[in-house]
Write a protein that binds this ligand. Structure first.
Ligand code: B3K
Ligand code: ZN
Length: 874
């Protein structure tokens, strides 16, 4: 496979102005007829051949302007079709046969649980018909879907239904028209036996929109939250961005087999059922919140992605970074804003930092790829969102909104670039954003080393920031970035934010300073008392910040920082210092001793309480093993696990009564609602319970068992079952697991949770459980949710067992990847991730991990898996 390069971009030789499709969904012989209205691109020379993408298609007929082509007038290859000579404007008619029944890659047209559905982004449409499968070709679509009336009573596509009728042999058809020009990656089709839930939304200009969620009959009772989220998202986008929906119908369809969360096809979003279905008895608070944010994300794409789309796939973050930023702000408004920021930043610092430090690191706008399907990454999505957030913070919300209006107005109906977006922001703000653009081209996490000194005699505070971006594959030279650092100086006497006077300018008590040089000093004057600096408030830039804080400084910030995010971060940093010592002690075989300052800081937190329970729950949660590992020079999974367990147990022993009181104070029999107040209380109660279970406190065990038995809602039941399963009390866990597994055997989304919580248990039998559960009737290698819940959860969340010294877990993962490479390359490539991080481990594990990567490399590989493995072994 050969890479595609950004610098090779050229507009297409021919564009499609209108596309007519007709699908005959016949088992074993699905036929697709396409009529493409084509014309030469004005910027391209006359006489170019017409090249269309196409894979796994059997061509049945081809004609230009009604004239069938002779065999020597075109040629076919594995990847497409070339017509050697074509007119300036013409109609191309083709007919192909495809095999959705055999499509296990879940790209193009495939079957999920007996229903036909599509996934075309990024390059799936070429598995449906011959077409210029690139986002800068935008056409209106008219689609007729034909199917068996009994088996496929519902036939959907983009836009509005304009005609329907009966056909011979028990078939029927529906014709759909989508008036908005779109790239083919936004095409969608669904055919199946589905039922709908319907609602309405009146737009800001008074138009009525019908909202439909289509599901299998047994799931009709699980759509309420998605529908409510959709309506909130529509309203929010009108109020916040002035964006109105543009069709009379908006549909969501839930399917069980889906490679990702969901897809923003025009007017017909297709969702992984895990990202749309909820019920208090089957979905946790986390799942409810995930559904809310994904429904919103896909809806927001209607403007940021569909109306204004990407010129080429290198610009993917143009739509994804912006849309993630939009969904993050939506969720922050709908829930607790500080806790949303803590969750996002904490996930980012764990997972995106790791990606940026590994062999697959790439810029927010990559400059080459082999398989674009490998670039739906945390860097494109989450780092892309952080970059947009920085832009917003740099220019201020009102100006950002004007820039966004300008962008949508100027580029409506076009396929554009990241420069086009940033230039709108530069234009409305008057700022020079040229240095800022480096955020898009430079990979790697910038590191900032900060030093501060208080000059008593002159009442000055001197802050020095030094930035450096580490080398990443293919990028040896790094330039300084433009980094906004939001900060305050917290007076050690008053505990208050001091006024910031920087070079004669009064910045109030909180400000953003701009780091542009490799090293820069900032002198604050009239600093009335010795301060502790609070830096990078709200995680104002996606960087790793180091400052030589003492434990007293951190305990002070934890208690006094006016910025909620940095209060949380101070607690995390404090815990990290203690964990570092304990990891070293474990490695050196020295007795572990708990730092009393940590215990006191936690006691203070518990005594003080908080208005925002969800924030307090975050503050009481220790850094994850994955995050701790990210902060270590060499990852020792056993030492990390032992150290973290030790801290947790020490806190639980000393603060046992406090945790018990916290648990009691936050239980409730109220009917379940996925609302911020309730979610916060449940988190806090469940965090308390997990401390009690860390020491297997007898009363704690009883409470856990009772919480499981009470069966009040899935958040509580799952948490209790997880605590039992991860404890040493198999005599309690086993019957509970059995009862749960039997009760929910019919519900795939609950069975996925049952898989995950078992394979993440720390006990040494976890790998055996993985193997055992892979043979369970509810598990299928063809279902991506099953793969993620069982194999993915084990490899990414059970660090001690995945990194077993005998390498048996690496072997299992490689076996699964090899099998999936044939079945579903996109999911296979993603599953390799933990093996690509071999550099971070000791030599023995490095050898074992590389050995497995080499074993994978020896197979006949899909481009997806090939690209990842090559990078990992480079
Ligand atoms: N745009 C889709 C992702 C498609 C991934 C294809 N391999 C979902 C989203 O970001 O909204
Ligand atoms: Zn998206």
């Amino acid at each position: 496979p050969k890479p595609t390069f950004l610098h090779d971009y050229r507009p297409p030789a021919y564009r499609v102005t209108h596309t007519e499709l007709s699908f005959d969904l016949e088992p074993g012989a699905t036929r697709v007829k396409a009529s493409l209205h084509l014309e030469r691109h004005p910027q391209r020379e006359a006489g170019s051949p017409l090249m269309l993408d196409g894979e796994q298609l059997e061509l049945k007929s081809i004609a230009i302007d009604g004239q069938p082509l002779d065999d020597d007038e075109y040629s076919l290859s594995e990847t497409g079709l070339t017509v050697h000579r074509v007119p300036e404007r013409f109609r191309l008619d083709t007919e192909v046969e495809i095999a959705p029944e055999e499509n296990t890659a879940l790209e193009g047209l495939y079957l999920s649980n007996g229903m036909y559905c599509t996934q075309c982004e990024a390059e799936g449409f070429r598995r449906i018909t011959f077409y210029p499968d690139r986002p800068d070709v935008m056409a209106t679509f008219s689609t007729t879907v034909i199917g068996d009336q009994a088996r496929l009573p519902v036939l959907l596509s983009n836009g509005n239904p304009v005609e329907r009728g009966e056909l011979p042999n028990g078939k029927h058809f529906v014709t759909w028209e989508d008036p908005h020009p779109k790239p083919c990656y936004l095409f969608a089709l669904v055919g199946g036996d589905l039922k709908k839930v319907e609602d309405r939304f009146t737009t800001m200009s008074g138009r009525e929109v019908a909202l439909q969620i289509w599901v299998e009959e047994e799931n009709l009772g699980k759509t309420g939250h998605a529908m409510a989220s959709l309506k909130r998202a529509m309203k929010w986008d009108e109020e916040t961005y002035g964006r109105e929906y543009d069709l009379d119908l908006f549909m969501i369809v839930a399917v069980n087999d889906f490679n990702m969360g969901a897809m923003e096809n025009k007017g017909l979003n297709i969702f992984n059922s895990a990202a749309v279905l909820t019920h208090p008895k089957t979905a946790t608070d986390v799942a409810f919140q995930r559904v809310e944010s994904i429904v919103a994300h896909e809806y927001f794409h209607n403007w940021s992605g569909n109306r204004v789309t990407c010129r080429d796939w290198f610009q993917l973050s143009l739509k994804e970074g912006f849309t993630v930023f939009r969904d993050q702000c939506f969720s922050a408004d709908a829930n607790s804003a500080p806790v949303k920021r803590i969750e996002d930043a904490s996930f980012f610092r764990t997972a995106q930092f790791a990606e940026d430090a590994g062999p697959t690191a790439h810029p927010v706008r990559p400059d080459h790829y082999i398989e674009i399907g490998n670039f739906y990454t945390l860097t494109i999505y989450e780092k892309g969102a952080e970059v947009v957030r920085m832009l917003c913070n740099l220019v201020g919300w009102e100006t950002f909104r004007r820039g966004s209006d300008l962008y949508f107005e100027r580029f409506d109906g076009q396929a554009v670039t990241i420069e086009d977006f940033v230039s709108c922001m530069a234009e409305v703000s008057g700022l020079d954003l040229s240095q800022f653009m480096r955020w898009y081209s430079q990979a790697g996490t910038p590191e900032i080393d900060a030093y501060g000194e208080y000059d008593y005699a002159n009442a000055e505070y001197h802050l020095t920031l030094r930035q450096r971006t580490p080398v990443t594959p293919g990028q040896a030279d790094k330039q300084p970035l433009h980094i906004p650092v939001r900060m305050g100086l917290v007076g050690t006497k008053s505990g208050r934010d001091l006024s910031l006077n920087l070079e004669g300018e009064d910045l109030g008590t909180a400000a953003v300073i701009h780091l542009r040089e490799a090293e820069q000093s900032f002198v604050f004057t009239d600093v009335s008392e010795a301060p502790v600096p609070s830096l990078l408030r709200g995680f104002s830039a996606p960087v790793q910040l180091r400052f030589p804080y003492s434990r007293e400084d951190l305990a002070f910030l934890l208690a006094n920082d006016s910025d909620g995010f940095n209060r949380w971060d101070a607690g995390q940093r404090l815990a990290m210092l203690a964990l570092d010592d304990l990891i070293a002690a474990h490695r050196n075989g020295v007795e572990k001793v708990m730092d009393p300052r940590i215990v006191e800081a936690f006691r203070a937190l518990l005594e003080r309480g908080s208005d925002d329970k969800a924030v307090l729950a975050e503050m009481l949660t220790l850094p994850s093993e994955a995050y701790i590992a990210e902060q270590q020079p060499l990852v020792d999974v056993d030492a990390i696990h032992a150290a973290r367990t030790f801290v947790k147990q020490s806190l639980a022993v000393t603060l046992r009564d406090e945790f018990m009181a916290l648990f009691e104070a936050n239980r409730s029999d109220e009917p379940y609602a996925p609302e911020p107040e309730q979610i916060g209380a449940r988190s806090l109660k469940n965090v308390a319970l997990s401390y009690l279970m860390a020491i297997e406190d007898e009363q704690g065990i009883e409470l856990t068992q009772a919480q499981f038995d009470a069966d009040h809602n899935m958040t509580d039941v799952r948490h209790a079952l997880t605590l039992l399963t991860h404890s040493s009390r198999d005599e309690l866990a086993d019957p509970a697991l059995r009862a749960f597994g039997e009760k929910w055997a019919h519900d795939p989304l609950v069975m996925d949770q049952w898989f995950s919580l078992q394979v993440t248990r720390p006990q040494a039998d976890a790998l055996d459980r993985v193997k055992f559960l892979m043979a369970h009737p509810a598990f299928s290698m063809k279902n991506p949710n099953n793969i993620r819940a069982l194999i993915g959860a084990f490899a990414n969340q059970n660090r001690v067992n995945f990194h077993r010294a005998d390498g048996e877990s690496y072997r299992l993962l490689a076996d699964v990847v090899i099998e999936l490479n044939r079945l579903n390359p996109e999911v296979a490539a993603r599953l390799i991730t933990p093996l690509t991080r071999w550099q971070r481990f000791d030599e023995a594990r490095q050898g074992l991990m590389k050995g497995e990567l080499e074993r994978i490399r020896a197979e006949r590989l899909s481009p997806n898996v090939y690209e990842v493995v090559e990078k990992a072994l480079a």
